[in-house]
Design a protein around this ligand. Structure first.
Ligand code: DAH
Length: 336
């Protein structure tokens, strides 16, 4: 009995299927169909034992030769398809160098920095210089040398950050701490401003923050009077706020005598007008000069200190001080 399997016909179909497979996975299906365990070819090979002995040799050779031919065709096609798929993938992955890049957002100065630079410009134009001082400061420069002896309520531990393990070291509560440092390092006449961060254990509400910014000013020369101070402050307030109405009222600071406060008439964006405290100031107390080693018979001076955050808030209608420190771009971008 001849084999029911037509090896040539199976081979023709297998080779046609191999050539027609368009992807590696379609080719795998062809391989399973024609050479898998359940394929006709496998069954044909298994059927050899049931053939008459004289046919087994020829049929077997024929079937095995067909199997090898199919395997070779499959392997060749597989290599072709893999190469094609790889080059297609490479073509897809190619970088198009002509595409526009991702835009890099341009930064801008923080509102407080803008306000600080603006105030610095006003003072530089008056001949002032800028001096820096440390934020981690000694009680000496922050209090004692500013005529604020031990036991003075301004030193209270409830509103001053004391640095642990380092006696007499604090985070400065005011930029006034720079005054005696500058005087020790220089000889008069001197005209300096010193902007920077200061720290207090203030309650956190909309107008207080444990860290805020001040700008200090100090002028020492021969013959300086309260009139020079007031003239300077009016000029600066006018430049800064375009404001024309001022009030000078008496105040108290340990390191100035007399001490004053400068108020300006300020109309907010809602059209409400009020007196706003812009800064504290005064004539340098002779005791401060003696801490600096200056002869208070010869030199006189004035000093002033303003809150930068407060000026920025009022001038730009920022309702909450904390908005200035949160780093939220939705807020900051409004001032860039
Ligand atoms: N240091 C004061 C404060 O933090 C502000 C101040 C007042 C500074 C009068 C001065 C001054 O230089 O003369 O409230």
């Amino acid at each position: 009995m001849a084999s029911p399997y037509d090896i040539s016909e199976i081979k023709t179909r297998a080779l046609a299927g191999t050539a027609a497979a368009g992807t590696v996975s379609a080719l795998e299906a062809v391989r399973v169909e024609f050479t898998g365990r359940k394929s006709e070819l496998a069954k044909a090979l298994a059927s050899i034992v049931s053939l008459p002995p004289e046919e087994r040799g020829t049929f077997g050779k024929h079937a095995n030769a067909a199997r090898r031919e199919i395997d070779d065709a499959l392997a060749e096609r597989k290599a072709e398809l893999e190469a094609a798929e790889l080059s297609e993938q490479l073509a897809d992955d190619r970088t198009d160098v002509t595409l526009p890049g991702d835009p890099y957002p341009r930064g801008a100065l923080h509102l407080l920095t803008q306000v600080r630079l603006e105030i610095e410009e006003i003072f530089l134009a008056l001949g002032y210089e800028i001096a820096d001082g440390p934020e981690v400061e000694t009680e000496h420069y922050n209090f004692t040398a500013l005529n604020t002896p031990e036991g003075h309520p301004a030193r209270s531990s409830s509103d001053t950050f004391y640095v642990d393990g380092s006696a007499g070291t604090i985070l400065r509560t005011q930029t006034s701490s720079v005054q005696v440092r500058v005087m020790e390092a220089r000889t008069p006449p001197l005209y300096v401003i010193s902007p920077g961060a200061v720290y207090r254990r203030d309650d956190v509400d909309a107008t207080h923050s444990p860290m805020f910014h001040q700008l200090e000013g100090l002028a020492v020369d021969e013959g300086l009077s309260l009139a020079h101070l007031i003239g300077t402050l009016k000029h600066v307030a006018g430049q800064l706020l375009g404001s024309t109405e001022y009030r000078i009222i008496p105040d108290f600071f340990p390191f100035t005598e007399p001490s004053i406060q400068l108020l300006v008439r300020w109309t907010d964006r809602a059209g409400r007008s009020s007196w706003m405290e812009l800064l504290g100031a005064g004539m340098v107390d002779p005791n401060v000069f003696s801490f600096a080693g200056y002869d208070s018979e010869r030199w006189t001076g004035f000093a002033f200190g303003m809150g930068l955050d407060r000026i920025a808030m009022v001038r730009h209608g920022v309702p909450d001080l904390r908005l200035l420190f949160d780093g939220d771009l939705r807020v900051l971008e409004q001032f860039s």
